[in-house]
Every structure is written in C-alpha cells, then in structure tokens.
Design a binder for this molecule. Sequence first.
Ligand SMILES: C[C@@H]1O[C@H](OP(=O)(O)OP(=O)(O)OC[C@H]2O[C@@H](n3cnc4c(=O)[nH]c(N)nc43)[C@H](O)[C@@H]2O)[C@@H](O)[C@H](O)[C@@H]1O
Length: 387
Amino acid sequence: QISAVTEYCGVNSKSSDCKLEDSGIKYLFYDVNPPEGFNLRRDVYMRFAIMLSEAHKRGKSNWKLVLPPWYNLYHWKSDRGVKKPWSKLFELDALKSFAPVVEMHEVFNNTKSKVVELDTLYVLENFEDAFENGVFTEKWEISRGTCEHSTKFWGYKNITVKEILCVKFQGKISKLWELISQHPHDTKVMFAHGEIPLHDTYGTKTYWDCRKSMKFNKKLVKIAKKYISEHLNCESKKCKNYLSVHWRRQDFARSRGNEVPSISGTVKQILKTLKKLPDITTVFIATDASMSELNKLEKELTDVGYETHFFLPSPTITDEYGDGGIAIIDQIVCSRAAYFIGTHESTFTYRIQEEREILGFKSDTTFNRLCPDTGLCEEPSKWTIIN
Ligand SMILES: C[C@@H]1O[C@H](OP(=O)(O)OP(=O)(O)OC[C@H]2O[C@@H](n3cnc4c(=O)[nH]c(N)nc43)[C@H](O)[C@@H]2O)[C@@H](O)[C@H](O)[C@@H]1O
C-alpha cells in the first residue's frame, strides 16, 4: 500500500492529491546564519542541492530539498517582512532539472494540517579549533548543553519542532547524512547554519552543472536585456562595447579600508583599464554605494569623456522583485560586459565571474579586481568553468 502511494506521489510528482503524510517523501530544510548576504546564500544552496542530487543518484530518491524563502535579509531594506519564494528570482524548473527542490509553500500545500512539524532541528556550530593537533579532520559531535538558534522559521507560525540537537561539525556536506541516519524514521529534518558544511565538489563539473541550473527568473533577464539594449547599445549576450565594475561599498568601505579603494582611487583604476581598451567609451557601475558616492564617481568619469551608467529601478520593479531582483539585474548587466572589474572577496563579484565563465568570456576579461589605494594587491583567484 505504502509503496503504491510512494510511487504515485514520487519525487517528481506534480499531483495536488499527493499529501505529505502518506507519500513517503522526506524533506530537508536548511537555513543560513542571519547576517549572511544573498550571494553566499546562493553558494550554500548549491552545497545542499549537490548533496541531494548526488544522493538521488545513489537511490535516496525520496528526499526533497526545501528552498528557504528569502526573508528579512540584512542588506535588503525594500522588502522587510515579505517572504519571497525562489521563483521570484530564479527559474524553478531549471533548479528542479538539477536537484529535487520544492518551495516552502509547496510543502505547506502538501500537508493536510498546514502545520509542518520538524522531527529534528540540527543546529550546526563550528569546533573551537578547526585544526586540532595541526590537522583538519572531518568530524561531528553532538554537544551537550545549549546552542544559539532561532525558532522563528522565516516568520512562519505554523512550523514546529520535536527535537533540537546542537552539533559541532566540520567537513563536507555529504557527512550530514551520517547525522540524518541516526534518526532513520525522521521525515522532516532541518539544518540551521547551513553555511558551516563545505562543498563536496567545489569547482568540479558537478559544481558547474548545478551553477548553470541557477538560471535567473526570465522576467529579470528581460528587464536587464532591455536596459542593455536601450542604455548600453548592445543586443548580444557578450557585448563588445562597455566595461562593467562591481563597486562594493557600504560595510566593505567601512570595515575593509585596506582592501577597497577610495572614490578617486576607483576612478584612477577604471581609467587605467580603459586606456588598454581603446574601443570602449562606456562604463556600467553596479554598486551598493550611496547616491552621493555614486554621483562623485560618475562625475569624475564623465569629466574625462566616458559615458557612465548605473541601473535605477522603477518603483514597480522594486515592488515586484525587491533588492534581490535589482541585485540580479546588476549582475546580469555586469556579466555581459566586454570587460569586468570586481571587488576583492565579494561573493556578489564571484557570482558575476561565474556567470561570465558560463557565457564563455576569456578569463582575463573577468578575473580583475579593484585594488586598495596603497599597499599590496593580491591577484584574484581564477575559478574557471569545467564543462
Ligand atoms: C562582509 C560580508 O559581505 C558580504 O557581501 P558580498 O559578499 O559582497 O555579497 P552579497 O552578500 O550579495 O552583498 C550583500 C548585498 O548588498 C547589495 N549589493 C552589493 N553590491 C551590489 C550591487 O552592485 N548592486 C546591487 N543592486 N546591490 C548590491 C545586495 O543587496 C546584496 O544582496 C555579505 O554577504 C556578508 O554578510 C558580509 O557583510
């Protein structure tokens, strides 16, 4: 009986008659340390998506990964209190083509009572000393005592939890299956601090297959294309006529003074690059800078004859897609430029570089960074694509 229902309500089933209680499906929920931003969260998603996709290949086909809604991100001011599903920002079908994922609201729809009761919430923590006796070993340990965690669950009142376990963890993400197997009857487990486990396969073909499946919502791509066509005069995915810069400011400018340049220092470096690119007279700036900083930068560039653009969303776009959507539009415009300069150690920049690798740009047009005004400037790492 159970197996018949399981088959009918299989992992790829779209039937609305499939109810979680009798379907045999198991759900893996995860969350990320609250202050972490959008683009680190995208990387954490990939770790879990690869974990589930690989497990599927090895027969664990009843597990689904629940996509945590985008909710109250520290840097996103425009959509406080709003739970944004992944489909607002990404193409869900593309994500599903790589890994068995479901949106949170789908889980509620599949639950008769509309209450989700997690069997176990594992709150992951780092070991105090990752290199005990000088070596890094993969390990986990259930800690006695308490650990810091939230049971706010993205603002949902109808998520409860039966058992909370604090776990010191270090190692690759697939090691989480060892924890899960301790409670074989669990059907809903959650990991808090999903950023702690490491990638199983960083930079491999599997990594890039997963990365390629993170296609942006088509409507956001359309908005970016229209902007590129109207303001930057290019109709292609690989434009030849503009340079793009990801100019990370805010907390980077405040607390990483040794790593990021001043405004004039930024202009100097952009101009130095443009000298090497005589056919380019247009610059696109993606940034989280204040309007006054941006106006200063723009003025210095236009004063010496460069057309300078940045994306200013209409209120309709902001209402519909929020800061996340605007970040994606900026990333698309940067990724299609003839030449890109990013900000050192910004995950926002890393995701643009990956997008450019997928589009097939030469790596010397992609892995470039803004240097501090003085002192050393380490070369950026080149994470090139494996097809
Ligand atoms: C220091 C660390 O930096 C990490 O940031 P980092 O890797 O740059 O990358 P993100 O986490 O994506 O950046 C944080 C947020 O800043 C906004 N932002 C940054 N640059 C741009 C831009 O060019 N255009 C637009 N539209 N928005 C931008 C955007 O809302 C993004 O979600 C943080 O995630 C960590 O929490 C921590 O603060």
